[in-house]
Design a protein around this ligand. Structure first.
Ligand code: SF4
Length: 238
């Protein structure tokens, strides 16, 4: 028999401060905020998270997080299927940032072997291999604090285009981007707005990325975005 302590709801294991901020079905305010609770609207994309809400999620018990992830997953996907993704480190180690947990930081001796940005051909060969093995998404990670402008950034853009041309979804983790670098993504995002191979959720994120980058509040309408960008593109030239 579980003791009264172990029988407590897992959400109650979070700190009192965190619990107060958790907008779940177990806590008053769940319906009002619709943030991380169990209702269908709970996992709609949000961009207005408060520090307290984020801290509350961070402090949840791992098993509670896994449970909530399952609820969200089952609301939107067949629970018997998963998407296969492949992650490739396209630039490894030697990062100037000092994130205390990360073995790629140049501040620590971690045994990670440094590797400069991989050649385009090598990355696309890995992407083809991933596709042949069943992956539908190819993720590229670079140990940078921020992307440098110039040849390396251009090579990363070519990698993303190449991966997309293979019919794979492309993900990147590159550190920080400048406003100008973010704007380079707009034409590619516009192409993706009516890409029939994307699921509705991914297309929703494409429109949200356009809003985040440009600051424009336009609905999820490919033609409207194209017209708006044709009219306003010159406003973004530095
Ligand atoms: S910026 Fe990224 S790669 Fe660099 S140390 Fe931090 S987590 Fe690691």
């Amino acid at each position: 028999m579980p003791t009264p302590e172990t029988a407590r709801p897992l959400a109650s294991l979070a700190s009192p401060t965190a619990r107060a901020a958790i907008p779940t079905s177990e806590h008053p305010g769940a319906a009002a905020s619709g943030a991380a609770g169990a209702g269908a609207a709970a996992d709609a994309p949000r961009h207005d998270w408060t520090d307290a809400e984020i801290a509350a999620v961070h402090e949840l018990a791992l098993t509670e997080l896994v449970f909530r992830a399952q609820l969200a997953h089952r609301r939107h996907h067949d629970p018997t299927r998963v998407q296969l993704c492949t992650l490739l480190s396209i630039k490894t180690g030697g990062c100037p940032e000092d994130c205390g947990y990360c073995p790629q930081s140049a501040h620590y001796e971690t045994g990670v072997e440094r590797q400069g940005l991989l050649p385009l051909d090598e990355v696309l060969a890995k992407a083809r291999q991933a596709r042949a093995a069943g992956s539908t998404r190819f993720c590229m990670g670079a140990a940078w604090r921020q992307v440098r402008d110039g040849a390396e950034f251009e090579r990363v853009l070519a990698m993303v285009r190449g991966v997309r041309e293979l019919g794979l979804e492309a993900c990147c983790t590159l550190g920080m981007l400048t406003r100008e670098q973010r704007l380079r993504a707009v034409p590619e995002l516009l192409k993706m707005t009516d890409d029939k191979t994307l699921d509705d959720s991914t297309r929703g994120w494409v429109f949200q990325a356009l809003r985040d980058i440009t600051g424009a509040s336009i609905a999820a309408d490919a033609a409207a975005w194209r017209a708006w960008w044709a009219q306003h593109r010159s406003d973004f030239r530095g």
